[in-house]
Write a protein that binds this ligand. Structure first.
Ligand code: C5J
Length: 222
């Protein structure tokens, strides 16, 4: 398939969709739904819910175009053996990773809150990567999957912009992938971090990626 240009900042990015994957970061109930980890920490989860519809649109577009779709989830083993104490021992004991929350133990694999929101439920065959860190490459087989499929470009969306999306994009950039971040399909509990986070990606000639929108990618896919 010939390269198609996607309008983006800092400039249009030519993309070969046969070598492109959609990576949806951590659209989990613990972050997005009332009663989850994010809400327990005092965040306004409605700020993240805004990203669900754009994520759904790009997910449907990617599936229709037979792109590789990868979902990630942040979380830990029930015995916390993969959770660094330095990560767990933050904030009040009753609000920490592993504590009991309204949707099960907070950020523990297999608990209801750890699951992906129903609107973005993975299909059978779409890789779902459980990651113990913020970045999607750390202690996962993401790089192996991408290289085995000949992937060069990542379309990245999900939450939160300045944490897991940023960490993943920075890691991907260092590994030689081109990352196009879909700004409207990302979100943060802190709108100013979202805005600045997107600007940071595209600054300095695209220091570690490109920023575009769901609409621009769907136009290019059509
Ligand atoms: C956070 C994430 N914010 N998925 N996780 O702790 O960005």
């Amino acid at each position: 398939m010939p390269a198609v240009e996607i309008a983006a900042k800092p400039r249009a990015l030519p993309v070969d969709f046969a070598r492109t994957a959609l990576v949806i970061i951590d659209m989990q109930r613990d972050f997005l739904e009332p009663g989850g980890f994010g809400a327990v920490l005092g965040n306004d989860v409605s700020l993240l819910v805004k990203a669900v519809a754009p994520c759904r649109r790009i997910l449907e577009g990617a599936r229709a175009a037979s792109l590789l779709v990868i979902h990630t989830r942040e979380g830990h083993r029930p015995d916390l053996s993969d959770a660094p104490p330095a990560k767990v021992q933050r904030g009040p004991v009753e609000k920490r990773i592993g504590a009991d929350g309204p949707m099960g133990r907070i950020l523990i694999r297999g608990e209801a809150g750890h699951g992906i929101v129903p609107a973005l439920a993975p299909l059978l065959g779409e890789p779902v990567l459980d990651k113990p860190g913020k970045g999607a490459f750390y202690q996962t087989d993401l790089d192996l999957i991408l290289r085995n499929r000949g992937i060069e470009t990542l379309l990245v969306c999900g939450v939160t912009t300045e944490v897991c999306v940023h960490t993943t994009v920075r890691e991907a950039n260092d590994r030689g992938y081109r990352c196009l971040v879909l700004g409207d399909a990302c979100a943060s509990y802190f709108p100013e971090f979202h805005e600045v986070g997107l600007r940071m990606i595209a600054a300095q000639g695209g220091i570690f990626g490109w920023v575009s929108t769901t609409g621009e990618v769907l136009t290019a896919l059509a």
